[in-house]
Design a protein around this ligand. Structure first.
Ligand SMILES: C[S@@+](CC[C@H](N)C(=O)[O-])C[C@H]1O[C@@H](n2cnc3c(N)ncnc32)[C@H](O)[C@@H]1O
Length: 404
């Protein structure tokens, strides 16, 4: 149960109080949001929009630019009900000047060059996918997906506030499993110059030019780990669609950490939450349920994050901390921070929608591609509908391997 209620627009709001201390940049940004919000033109594409780029702060833009310039079940645990058992701090913004339009965007195409077999990506429905262990992971690895991953990184940084919530400072050896475009690993290496950071992934989609203390390898994190040395900090983010056996991953982390080393998982709880009943009966809710059903058939549990804490404890970790963050699905929530996060997350979902749905609906649920595209028209409408007060819960769970 949620303790949230929709505000009526007249009462005091703690986010409004916080807004009084905004910087000029924030105020400018708010103006752009409102301008965006009142635009009638809404165009959908598979790449981040120019509009969303224009409202990002410089640090967000440089993160995304870094990628553009390179050549992106069932609930069986007591804590599964947990997502709604915390105060999200989200309130409905029912002022009339904020819509969720996001501007014009073109659909970029993949231009990855094939230089060796792992770069010789698999193509389907106009998207490309990893070649190493082809078929294991269902999301694409082409330029639009890489741009989406970097946008998702900017969202995570705004939501969590920093790269790592675990108390780490220049840990000697760092591993980022399923590193994607490597954006987290690169930034961690920059912020922790005494660390040696390794990022691994099924896809070799990381940039060539990286900090001297950062490198990447193609590797399947669900295989037996064969690293020569142990690590002092292991990080994993947004791997919910990737791993089918989380306890196995936790055991690999435990076995490959030095005593006293930290592990951290930053993860979506895929089932949408809503502060009221506005999600009920929508195409968006149906889409979310179908995604959970399809991923469940592939043995990916979209609700797995709610079990991380207990599973890390069972694996032997100590000092385990679980934190939950509410991420609005579009610009429905009151407050500049929430509105910005909502706009960014809406773009993120719109950008990932086709890639995720086509694979899952055609291959796993047996739909034909036309029926999927038709259904997605309604899903896109709902995604932009500020009268649907939905949000994601993002978990951050970290723990330490005992020193003895
Ligand atoms: C949603 S992306 C997250 C990327 C990155 N962690 C981030 O937060 O930006 C998931 C990534 O996991 C990779 N992946 C999927 N299954 C994997 C596996 N078994 N081992 C290693 N990487 C995997 C995918 O290729 C993709 O790059």
């Amino acid at each position: 149960m949620s303790d949230l209620t929709a505000e009526d627009g007249s009462g005091p709001d703690r986010q409004e109080q916080g807004a009084r201390t905004q910087t000029n940049a924030d105020a400018d940004q708010a103006g752009v949001i409102n301008k965006l919000a009142t635009s009638d033109a809404v165009h959908i594409s598979d790449g981040p929009s120019e509009a969303i780029h224009s409202i990002l702060q410089p640090e967000d833009r440089s993160r995304i630019q870094a990628s553009v310039t390179r050549s992106e079940q069932g609930a069986d645990d007591a804590s599964v009900g947990a997502p709604s058992l915390f105060s999200t701090g989200l309130n409905v913004d029912d002022s009339s000047d904020a819509d969720s339009s996001i501007g014009d965007i073109d659909r970029p195409s993949s231009s990855v060059s094939a230089t060796s077999s792992v770069f010789d990506f698999v193509e389907e429905h106009g998207r490309t996918f990893h070649r190493y262990k082809a078929g294991k992971y269902f999301l694409p690895n082409d330029i639009p997906e890489r741009e989406r991953l970097d946008l998702q990184h900017a969202i995570a940084m705004r939501l969590l506030g920093k790269l790592a919530l675990a108390p780490v400072d220049n840990p000697p050896r760092v591993l980022d499993i399923g590193t994607g475009t490597g954006i987290w690993a690169i930034e961690f290496a920059n912020e922790n110059p005494a660390s040696d950071v390794l990022g691994t992934d099924l896809s070799p989609i990381q940039p060539e030019y990286v900090p001297a203390n950062c490198r990447f390898e193609v590797d399947d994190a669900e295989d037996v780990w064969v690293f020569n040395d142990k690590f002092d900090y292991i990080h994993s983010r947004f791997m919910i669609a990737a791993f089918s056996d989380w306890p196995k991953v936790f055991r690999s982390c435990y076995d490959n950490l030095n005593p006293g080393g930290w592990v951290e998982f930053q993860e979506y709880y895929v089932e949408f939450q809503c502060i009221d009943d506005t999600l009920s009966g929508t195409a968006l809710e149906r889409w979310n349920n179908l995604i959970l059903e399809a991923t469940g058939k592939l043995r990916r549990n979209g609700r797995a994050a709610a079990k991380f804490r207990s599973q890390l404890l069972a694996a032997g970790f100590v000092d385990v901390v679980e934190r939950k963050f509410a991420l609005p699905g579009n610009a429905w929530a009151k407050g500049e921070r929430e509105k910005m996060l909502g706009l960014m997350q809406m773009t993120n979902i719109l950008d990932g929608l086709q890639g995720m749905s086509l694979q899952l609906f055609t291959r796993v649920l047996g739909w034909n591609a036309e029926a999927v595209e038709l259904f997605l028209v309604d899903v896109r409408k709902d995604l932009r509908n500020r009268d649907i007060h939905f949000y994601y819960v993002v978990y951050d769970v970290f723990g330490r391997k005992p020193t003895t």
